[in-house]
Design a protein around this ligand. Structure first.
Ligand code: HEC
Ligand code: HEC
Length: 477
């Protein structure tokens, strides 16, 4: 009606040429629609290894969904569902649809992941209050008794991170299988040091009767699955994270978890919109995230900076930072299957499509730039180890600031932050309350205490050099 009235008074030119706010709106068959999601992606179209142009289309659809400001017309809000990962009903309907603490807290993924570009990190103001959401669904205080406050980390290179985790998990599982077989054959217990890609996850003892003693594993869950996502290292895949985040932040329910199959309802949150996002939509979001260009190490043009950063990298290795923040880990393959091998019930699972979709990251422009080792493995320059460590102790305790355990991981244990992109992603620390690199380094306690003490003890010049090196690890815009 309004559109026609304006046209009648000669404003059609302005309307027709106004730049759409984002690609998704452009794709909407009705450009005046208040819904951000124009059309849904059909998972049936994503079979086997996608061609370059199929992948490109899917990535564009994913980008549009990542930056889309979802509205009530798309199903924003969850009047009768909590933020819990497992679909959980509220006892009473919500009074306010948006609430900064337990959510619904924002309109778009890129509301938080936006610095310095979409898919990047976020300022303190983008912090999220993480609670598993069963007992305290409606907390209205940032008091740490009710939630763990976490700062937004970046998603650049996330596909490579997930692929590394998958290869490492497969490797550890093979080591467990071999140990069990050897124990059965010899009739004696077999002890195995679990090492994959040079990272040591402690040891297991396989008994001849098939029991595995897990008391001495280190920095990993008892199922020996590496979960590389979240600062805590408790989420296994981009797909799981995406389905969680859609519900938590936006009150948008993916049918693969909240739909009829598992909950018996098409509109689980009772907001009047059924089947809010399809498996294909989630795949598009995953494909976009998995293909983000990884951060890079720049060669500074400034001569003094160049010299300092060279020296700083040597200091970084020398004082033990690189023991956890490994400059690179070798990756054998670039084919990202989606769903992934460890996706479980609650996300689409392998084998549920005619053929699982595969995104070949080798088709991206950036893949060609990654260095390879002598075995032709890609060296992923993440400056991490995908392992969890204790990061606080009695004296150096600032990072032991959380009061709630998450998934049975101790409160002062976190996954080593990948430092690629660190120069572009301040503030620092899991709560994002440290403004300089010097500050976050000085609060490393626990397993990092020795390395931190050496940082404090070295010459001022060496400390400056170390920071100058970290400042070369950037997200390119
Ligand atoms: C309100 C802010 C906010 C919004 C909106 C948001 N995120 Fe996040 N995101 C975060 C925070 C904070 C973390 C770290 C969480 C933690 O450590 O527990 C995170 C972590 C992630 C991670 C894990 C990254 C890693 O390396 O550990 C992924 C993947 C992710 N978000 C995807 C998404 C997607 C997809 C959306 C939209 C559906 C989204 N996020 C919306 C704040 C946000
Ligand atoms: C025992 C393993 C370990 C060692 C050794 C270690 N770190 Fe860390 N590092 C971590 C963990 C775990 C975190 C995440 C801390 C948190 O909870 O915020 C982290 C976080 C960081 C961060 C902040 C990342 C961000 O995005 O906020 C920086 C910077 C950093 N480390 C640099 C260093 C430097 C420099 C050294 C050497 C002096 C070092 N680390 C030694 C494990 C380690």
């Amino acid at each position: 009606m309004l559109f026609r009235a304006l046209t009648a008074v000669g404003l059609s030119f302005t309307l027709a040429t106004a730049a759409p706010a984002n690609a998704q709106q452009a794709a909407h068959p009705e450009p005046w629609s208040e819904a951000a999601v124009g059309s849904h992606v059909d998972q049936e179209m994503l079979q086997g290894v996608l061609t370059k142009s199929q992948l490109q289309t899917l990535i564009e659809q994913g980008k549009a969904l990542f930056v889309a400001k979802f509205t009530t017309a798309d199903g924003v809000g969850r009047p009768m569902a909590t933020q819990a990962i497992i679909p959980t009903k509220r006892k009473r309907p919500l009074q306010q649809s948006f609430q900064r603490l337990p959510g619904t807290d924002s309109n778009a993924c890129s509301s938080c992941h936006n610095d310095p570009i979409a898919g990047g990190a976020g300022d303190f103001v983008t912090n999220v209050f993480v609670s598993e959401g069963f007992t305290n669904a409606d907390f209205d205080t940032s008091d740490p008794q009710f939630s763990n406050e976490r700062n937004t980390n970046h998603l650049m290179g996330a596909g490579l991170v997930e692929l590394l985790a998958r290869e490492m998990t497969a490797d550890l599982h093979a080591q467990r299988t071999d140990a069990l077989r050897a124990a059965r054959e010899t009739g004696a217990p077999v002890t195995v040091q679990l090492v994959t890609k040079g990272i040591d996850f402690g040891k297991i003892i396989a008994e001849p009767d098939g029991i595995v003693d897990l008391a001495a594993i280190d920095g990993i869950d008892t199922d020996l699955v590496i979960r590389p996502f979240s600062q805590k290292g408790v989420i296994g895949s981009l797909r799981q994270f995406t389905v969680n985040a859609l519900n938590h932040h936006h009150g948008i329910q993916a049918t693969e978890r909240f739909g009829k199959r598992w909950t018996g309802e098409a509109d689980f949150d009772e907001d009047g919109v059924a089947d809010e996002l399809t498996p294909g939509d989630v795949s598009a979001l995953v494909a976009w995230q998995a293909t983000r260009k990884p951060p890079v190490e720049i060669e500074p043009a400034n001569e003094e900076w160049r010299q300092l950063s060279k020296r700083g990298f040597a200091v970084f290795a020398d004082i033990g930072c690189a023991d956890c923040h490994r400059p690179s880990l070798p990756l054998n393959g670039l084919r990202f299957s989606d769903p992934g091998p460890f996706d479980a019930a609650g996300t689409l699972r392998p084998g549920e499509s005619r053929q699982d979709a595969v995104y070949d990251l080798a088709l991206t422009e950036w893949a060609k730039l990654l260095p390879r080792d002598e075995n032709d493995a890609i060296l992923v320059p993440l400056f991490g180890d995908l392992k969890r460590h204790k990061i606080a102790d009695q004296q150096v305790s600032a990072l032991g600031n959380e009061l709630l355990g998450q998934r049975f991981v101790d409160r002062d244990v976190f996954m080593t932050s990948e430092l690629w992109g660190i120069a572009s992603t301040g503030p620092y620390g899991h709560r994002g309350d440290l403004t300089t690199l010097d500050e976050i380094i000085r609060v490393h306690g626990g397993d990092a205490r020795q390395s931190r003490d050496r940082y404090v003890a070295i010459d001022e010049e060496d400390r400056i050099a170390l920071i100058a090196f970290l400042k070369t690890l950037v997200i390119e815009q």
